[in-house]
Design a protein. Structure first.
Lengths: 323, 196
């Protein structure tokens, strides 16, 4: 029951998400059971529901990689500079006229930006020798601030139409997702997910500390590099497609850990399912709660994720010792 | 056999060990004793391959720890560090099984009742025993233990020493850093006091 509940909830949420929207669909169940029969259900809502599921899964695993690589409970793509780097990569591509908002090329630029920013964070955090979790978080916040600032400056030189799209996208929205970038998103998520699955047992050992992991045969710098690549593919792909969605990378792995324990291999699957569920519910709320207007999805995910962060530091637990 | 050949180790600009040579025989228990800050743990870390001497060499049989890959080194030596801490709530059994088989070593160190307890909820002495058990479970020819007896009561100290003696009789080379006075070290085959 504990194992199957999240996937059952995810399927129920996906069906519910396809049934609601600004237009009424007559005989929804008949439309659902005949793929392609109804344009609203299959051409508009289905790609968006798929995008929510894949983005949520990608951000859930990305958070797991960030926390596992840093051995730190509050690490996530937004804190390590990964998300801001992805935003900058995509915006820089658009500003130079090389790519368009929401295109496959923007995703490539975003992933490269994510990799660049995360590498800078890891490099600067290790300047004084050993890579400490504390340094990673402090440097990550600084790198994130710099890239966020660069996004703002770059956006200012864009024409009004592009700037509006970027402004909407930077707050997080699945409204602009197309079949083209859905394909790119699937590729980056699969690639990042496979790396995460491969290094998961090494991340278990890394949780004992760098020295103990090394004593158990883990090549610590190599595992961190692979986690960084996985994190950049997952978060870079997601952010450059739908913008920065806060707190999923933080909340999904922690919720999964409380339910299923700390083993990274199991958490790779469960963080993905829980991340997908949260983004799907948040996106459905964002597009239906204030119809005909649509809210940025980040507003809903912050309401779900922020209490998890507060609980982490205020509730004593043995799942992740934070003090 | 561990051979330490004219090593000098510098940490944070300070010379911790200078031009030191020693041979540690195989299939024995060697205890390194000395005052706080004299470099006992540094010497153990150098044998483990954690830090490189600025001069001289250390070899375990013919292997240079510092030049060996982490995976290969993990087949040769296992280490229990001082003040091991755990951040994630793995169970005692899960942590030990990251290194190897858990059942026998948990019995030997009286950890069986704690097998399903989260390591984040253990006392200092229990945490140290899990760390020792993990190193033993790795089943390597060389075992390096930093202050394994420090947080233990008399009963646990006796159990650990008996287990180490049994492992040494079985052919393992064991190096222990300890705070004990020499009169308490009758269980050691060799005691190293001076290494400056």
């Amino acid at each position: 029951m504990k194992k199957t509940a999240p996937i059952v909830l995810l399927i129920v949420a996906a069906v519910a998400a396809m049934s609601v929207g600004s237009s009424q669909v007559d005989d929804f169940w008949s439309a659902l059971l005949n793929p392609g029969s109804n344009e609203i259900v299959w051409q508009i809502r289905f790609p968006r529901v798929m995008a929510a599921v894949i983005v949520g899964a990608a951000l859930g695993i990305a958070g797991l990689m960030a926390q596992g690589a840093c051995n730190n409970a509050i690490a996530e793509p937004a804190i390590l500079g990964t998300a801001a780097g992805a935003s900058f990569g995509a915006v820089a591509g658009i500003a130079t006229g090389l790519v368009q908002v929401g295109s496959l090329a923007a995703l490539t630029f975003g992933t490269a930006g994510a990799l660049l920013a995360t590498s800078i964070t890891f490099k600067l955090a290790a300047l004084r020798g050993a890579l400490s979790s504390f340094n990673l978080i402090i440097v990550g916040i600084a790198v994130s601030a710099i890239f966020t600032s660069l996004v703002g400056i770059t956006s200012a030189v864009l024409n009004r139409a592009d700037a509006r799209s970027i402004s909407f996208w930077s707050l997080g929205s699945l409204a602009l997702v197309t079949n083209e970038n859905l394909l790119g998103l699937i590729i980056t998520t699969l690639a990042g997910g496979v790396i995460a699955w491969f290094i998961a047992p090494m991340l278990d050992r890394l949780s004992l500390g760098d020295h103990s992991a090394f004593h158990l045969g883990v090549n610590v710098p190599r595992v961190r590099l692979l986690a960084l690549i996985s994190l950049s593919l997952l978060a870079g792909g997601a952010v450059s497609t739908v913008g920065v969605i806060a707190f999923i990378g933080l909340a999904a792995p922690h919720i999964a850990r409380f339910i299923y324990g700390p083993s990274h291999r199991a958490l790779t699957i469960h963080s993905a399912i829980i991340g997908a569920f949260i983004v799907l519910v948040a996106d459905t709320l964002a597009r239906t709660i204030a119809q005909p207007n649509e809210l940025p999805i980040g507003l809903a995910t912050a309401l779900i994720g922020a209490p998890v962060l507060i609980a982490l530091v205020s509730v004593k637990n043995n799942v992740w010792r934070t003090q | 056999m561990i051979t330490i050949d004219e090593i000098t180790i510098v940490r944070d600009g300070r010379e911790i060990i200078y031009d030191y040579s020693e041979q540690i025989p195989a299939g024995s228990i060697t205890v390194i004793v000395g005052a706080n800050g004299c470099g006992k743990s540094t010497l153990l870390a150098a044998i483990a391959g954690d830090i490189a001497p600025v001069k001289g060499t250390i070899t375990i049989d013919d292997v240079h720890p510092i030049l060996t890959s982490p995976a290969q080194l993990a087949q040769i030596r296992a280490v229990a560090i001082q003040n091991q801490s755990y951040t994630l709530g793995f169970t005692v059994q899960q942590v030990i099984e990251m290194a190897g088989a858990s059942v026998q070593v948990m019995q030997a160190l009286e950890l069986t009742d704690l097998a399903h307890r989260q390591v984040t909820a253990l006392s200092g002495g229990e945490t140290a025993r899990v760390s020792i058990a993990t190193a033993i479970a790795q089943d390597t020819p060389v075992l390096l233990l930093d202050e394994p007896l420090a947080a233990q009561d008399i009963h646990s100290r006796k159990r650990i020493i008996e287990l180490l003696q049994k492992l040494a009789e079985g052919g393992k080379t064991i190096v222990v850093v300890a705070h004990s006075s020499e009169s308490e070290l009758s269980w050691a085959d060799k005691v190293i006091k001076q290494f400056h």
